[in-house]
Write a protein that binds this ligand. Sequence first.
Ligand code: SF4
Length: 228
Amino acid sequence: MIIAGFQKTTLLDYPGQTASLIFTAGCNMRCPYCQNGELVENISGIEPIPEEEVLEHLKKRKGLITGLCISGGEPTLWFGDRGDGSFIKAVKALGINVKLDTNGTNPAVLSELISEGLLDYVAMDIKTSLEKYDMFFKDVEKIEESVKILMTSHIPFEFRTTVCDGLFTEDDAKRIAKWIRGDEPYFLQPYRETETVLNPIYKTPSKEMMERYVEIMRSDLPKVKIRG
Ligand code: SF4
């Protein structure tokens, strides 16, 4: 696993936990609004942060740090055929809770990590409505499968969508709400225009637009909220 970034403490990335955060390199999507362009492109130039450095930090701060958020990039690319989960096992052995951020493209790995008891929380991106998903990822069945895995799992999870003005529509809001439909947390996150965005073609949505999407989705997703 290539760990490309390491934030020692965060109160924002793992609900209810004081956590550390790592960013793995590489992704199998190219979302135009991606804020982590340097993690998903040219990963051969990245100087990896040793897993031992992260484990050592978690060990030293045990009791203060209660969770580790594994984000990316797309972290599931580093498990299954490419890794046996030994890093997560070492984290869990320290008594640290593990959260995975995923784009949902790798249901087999997601299912394996959950069934091995290696995940305590999962945040999965819902990029858009099923009808438009091939803008992001062709194998839409895999996304649907990941949604089902989470919905039938025993661990807490959330879905989240980055909302861009010019990409996300009221129709997407309606369709996503009908598809996901349920009582789990769902977060709408406004896209922010920054210098590191992969392809800055969209705009930040207005507060009114965000509120309108929440209103549209609420009857099927009662826990939908704006975050950020
Ligand atoms: S936003 Fe997430 S899924 Fe999309 S390219 Fe960036 S890291 Fe990959």
